[in-house]
Structures are given as C-alpha cells and as structure tokens.
Ligand binder design. Structure first.
Ligand code: ATR
Length: 285
C-alpha cells in the first residue's frame, strides 16, 4: 500500500484536453515501475492561464506537461528555461522545484526518437511541413539536428510561418526554409510531408490538412497526431501508396523524457516500451 503523503502529483495543462492520452501513458508507467504518483488533466483556457499558474493546486505539483495553446505562453512565467527549449521557442514540460518553474522541451526529443525508432531518414531530404504552431518549432529543430536540407511550410496563418523562418532560417547554411506558395503545382518535389496541425485530431477525425489526392507513392507521411492513431491523412496517403507513420512514438517518448526530468531517472530506457505502446493503442480508436 502506498503512503499518501509521499505521492508525487503530475498533470497536463491545456485546452481542450479531450483528446489527451497523457494520464493513460503515465498511469501505465507508474504501474510498471511501481512509482507512487498520479497524473491528471487540468483544463485551463488561454485567458485564465497566467492567473491559475500561481494557484496552490498547481504549485503542489512536482511537474506538469503543457500543451495547446500554452506552449509559448508559459515561457514568460518560468524561473529557468532549458537552453534547448530556448532555442526551439516552445516548452511542453515544466519541473517545479522549491516553488520555481523550470521549463523544458521534450517534444523535439519525442520526434527525434520516433524518426530513429522507425528508421526514417531525413538527412538531405525535402520536407513539406503542415502547420506553424508550437509542435512545428520542435519538429523543425529535430529536422535541422538530423540535417534535413529543405523545409517548406504551409500554414493557415501566414505570420506564424514568418516566426518559424525567423527563428531557424539562418541557423544552418545547408538548410533552405521557405513558405509554400502556388508555384508548387504538385507535391512531387517533396520527399517527406509532416502534419503539425491539429486538423484530423479527435473528435474532428473526418478532416485532413491536405487532400490525399495530392499524395504520391514516393512520399513518406509523418503525423504528430496520435489520437486517432490512423488519421484521415494517413489512411488516404496509404491508399495512394505512400509510407505512413503515426504520432504515437513521438507522444510516448515526449512523455518518458518528461518523467526522466521530473524524477531524475532514466525511465525512457528502463520501461517495457512495447507493453506500454500496446496499452495505449488498446485505448485509442
Ligand atoms: P500546437 O502547439 O499543438 O502546435 P497550436 O499552436 O494551436 O498547437 O497550432 C495548431 C496548428 O494547427 C496551427 O498551425 C494551426 O494553424 P493557425 O496557425 O492558422 O492557427 C493549425 N490549425 C488548427 N486548426 C486548423 C484548421 N481548421 N485549418 C487549418 N489549420 C489549422
């Protein structure tokens, strides 16, 4: 029997959180490794985010994940910012120590690990990136680390594309970064297409960020969405003969890396990964 006074409390903070499987992921890790801890969802809207952060129920957490729409906002309220999170410009993991908030980015690590786990080679490749929100910043950082040569960004809101290009466009002379425009008559010049938008995420699972008619057998399609596992984009792309990868490995690895930070342990290497993945898959549609 666990002693309640030693229980560590964790949470994910965002809005909305219907789609989040983080409590299931962490409950399974706690169970497998006999860790005395809880993990819950805390829904806070953009308007109430700053006022809630200083409340007692947040301050007593050992750590929390930050998700849409707070990954950039949180950076203004931290006492310490990890240098990698600073380079990326987004925080998805916060450690609370002696009342101080310390911000990290584990999304980039999750994406990097999912490339490795699935043997996806991005070195020298041309990427079409869909979306320019918080996740896009982490994905671009991982792509640059893995020597992608060209990143073209397509997003509904244009000024967010400029922010991405301003941050990363000049950091590597072998990288070309630009906006997608009408001069691309087809997607033939791209090797890899990555969805970093929330289009197609539960509960709006019938939508796709681009028409799968445009997808070619030469393409590798990578989702950052994991709920549902097979999004409309992945289903249509697979029918067109493309190689497709869901967002589940990225999700699991960002969660494990968060635990490594919070507990100062090497949980991502000690966990039985396939058992954990199976548990989560069973809960998803
Ligand atoms: P995250 O931190 O998960 O990236 P976000 O910052 O809210 O979340 O970004 C969500 C991404 O999905 C953005 O690129 C957003 O486009 P805008 O920058 O135009 O808001 C994109 N997105 C969300 N809903 C969309 C929709 N209905 N059509 C097109 N793009 C959408």
């Amino acid at each position: 029997m666990h002693r309640t006074e030693n229980i560590k409390e964790f949470a994910v903070i965002g809005y909305p959180l219907d789609q989040s499987m983080s409590p299931i992921l962490h409950a399974e890790v706690f169970n497998q490794l006999n860790i005395n801890a809880t993990y819950r969802k805390i829904e806070i809207s953009k308007q109430k985010f700053f006022s809630q952060l200083s409340q007692k129920y947040i301050k007593k957490l050992t750590g929390f994940n930050v998700t849409t729409p707070h990954k950039k906002l949180i950076m203004d309220k931290l006492d310490f910012l990890d240098p990698i999170a600073e380079k990326i410009g987004a925080v998805n993991c916060v450690l609370i120590k002696e009342g101080e908030l310390k911000g990290f980015n584990t999304d980039y690590f999750g994406f990097d690990m999912s490339l490795k786990k699935n043997n996806i080679e991005v070195n020298g490749k041309s990427v079409l990136l869909l979306g320019a929100g918080g996740v896009s910043f982490s994905v671009v950082y991982a792509l640059i680390k893995n020597k992608t040569s060209k990143i073209v960004i397509k997003n509904r809101t244009e000024n967010k594309i400029n922010s991405l290009i301003d941050r990363f466009g000049s950091v590597n002379k072998h990288l070309e970064m630009s906006k997608y425009d009408e001069s691309y008559h087809s997607l033939n010049s791209f090797d890899i297409i990555i969805n970093c938008t929330s289009v197609g995420m539960y509960p709006s699972i019938e939508y796709s960020p681009i028409s799968s008619n445009q997808i070619l057998p030469k393409h590798t399609i990578i989702e950052t969405i994991y709920n549902p596992i097979k999004t409309q984009l992945l289903k249509g792309s697979k029918l067109n003969g493309a190689k497709v990868f869901d967002g589940l490995d990225m999700f699991i690895y960002q969660g494990l890396a968060s635990l490594d930070i919070w507990l100062n342990e090497n949980i991502s290497e000690t966990i039985k990964y396939q058992n954990l993945k199976k548990k989560i898959t069973n809960q998803l549609c």
